[in-house]
Ligand binder design. Structure first.
Ligand code: ATP
Ligand code: MG
Length: 264
C-alpha cells in the first residue's frame, strides 16, 4: 500500500431518500479523503447528513451515486474493519456489562472465552468500570453506558472507528473526562482512524486532526479545517491554546452561514 493512500475516500458521494412527501437529498457530491491514523471530527447543522455519511461509510446504506473506497478499492456491503459507536448505546439489557463487551469478540470469533473475558476486564478497568462487570444496563449511569458502548467497539480493535455524537447526552464534566479517555485510548492504538460526529465545536477541535464542516441540506462538505494543536493535548485547557480561537472562528464562519441558511 502506498503510504499516502487514504484509508477511506468518498468520491462524489450522494444519497437520496425517497419518501412519500418527495425526495430528500441527504448527501450531495461529497468528496473526502481520510488518512490512516487520522482523527476526524464532523460538525454541521441538524439534518445535514452526518449520520447518513457514517451509514454510507460503514455500508449500512448504499450511496445513490459516487463511490466509497476503502484502501483505494470500492467498498461493498458492511465493512467489517469498521467499528460503529452509535448515539444510543444499544447495550443488550439482558447481558451484563462484561458480556456486552465480549459479545463483539464472540461474533468475530476472537480468542478463547478466557481470553475474551481477560481483554474485556482490562478495558473496563481502563475506563474506570472495574467492579461493574456484572451490572446490567439499567444499573448504570449515562456516562457509564457510553463507556461500555465505546469499550465494546475498542475491544476488537477495528482499523476504523465511527462515533455518532457519543457524548451528546452527558454533562460537561463527564464529557471532558470521556474525551480525554478516548484520546488516550486512540493514541495507544497507532494507526487507528476515527471519525467522530459532534455538535460541540470545542469538542470537535479538542479531538481532531481535521474538522469536517458540513453544510445544510443537501449535505456537502463546506470546509475542512486542520487543527494544528500539538499532541498529547490537555483537553481541560484546550481553549487557552494560542491557535484555538482562530480555528474556532473559521469553523463558526462556515457553520454560521450554513446554519442561517438551514433556518430559513
Ligand atoms: N431512512 C431515511 N429515510 C428518509 N429520510 C431520511 C432517512 N435517514 C435520514 N433521512 C433524512 O436525511 C437527512 C439527513 O439525516 P441525518 O440523520 O444524516 O442528519 P444528521 O446530520 O445526522 O442530523 P442530526 O445532527 O440531527 O443527527 C434528514 O433530512 C433526514 O430526515
Ligand atoms: Mg445524526
Amino acid at each position: 500500500m502506498a503510504e499516502s493512500e487514504p484509508i477511506i475516500s468518498l468520491r462524489d458521494v450522494s444519497r437520496v431518500f425517497h419518501a412519500q412527501r418527495g425526495d430528500v437529498v441527504a448527501l450531495s457530491e461529497v468528496d473526502l479523503d481520510i488518512n490512516e491514523g487520522e482523527f476526524i471530527t464532523m460538525v454541521g447543522p441538524s439534518g445535514c447528513g452526518k449520520s447518513t455519511a457514517l451509514n454510507v461509510i460503514v455500508g449500512l446504506l448504499d450511496a445513490t451515486t459516487g463511490d466509497v473506497l476503502f484502501r483505494g478499492k470500492p467498498s461493498r456491503g458492511i465493512n467489517k474493519e469498521i467499528g460503529y459507536v452509535t448515539q444510543s448505546d444499544n447495550l443488550f439489557p439482558w447481558r451484563t456489562v462484561i458480556e456486552n463487551v465480549t459479545f463483539g469478540l464472540e461474533m468475530q470469533g476472537i480468542g478463547t472465552k478466557a481470553e475474551r473475558l481477560d481483554r474485556a476486564r482490562q478495558l473496563l478497568d481502563r475506563v474506570g468500570l472495574n467492579g461493574f462487570e456484572n451490572h446490567y444496563r439499567h444499573e448504570l449511569s449515562g456516562g457509564m453506558r457510553q463507556r461500555v458502548n465505546i469499550v465494546r467497539t475498542l475491544a476488537y480493535d477495528p482499523k476504523v472507528i465511527l462515533l455518532d455524537e457519543p457524548f451528546g447526552p452527558l454533562d460537561a464534566q463527564t464529557r471532558l473526562q470521556l474525551q480525554d479517555l478516548l484520546l488516550e485510548l486512540w493514541q495507544e492504538r497507532a494507526g487507528t482512524t476515527v471519525i467522530f460526529i459532534t455538535h460541540e465545536l470545542t469538542e470537535a477541535i479538542a479531538l481532531a486532526d481535521r474538522v469536517v464542516v458540513m453544510s445544510a441540506r443537501p449535505g456537502r462538505v463546506s470546509e475542512v479545517v486542520p487543527v494544528d494543536i500539538p499532541r498529547p493535548r490537555d483537553i481541560f485547557s484546550i481553549q487557552s491554546e494560542p491557535s484555538f480561537r482562530s480555528i474556532y472562528d473559521r469553523i463558526w464562519e462556515h457553520l454560521g452561514e450554513e446554519t442561517k441558511v438551514a433556518a430559513l
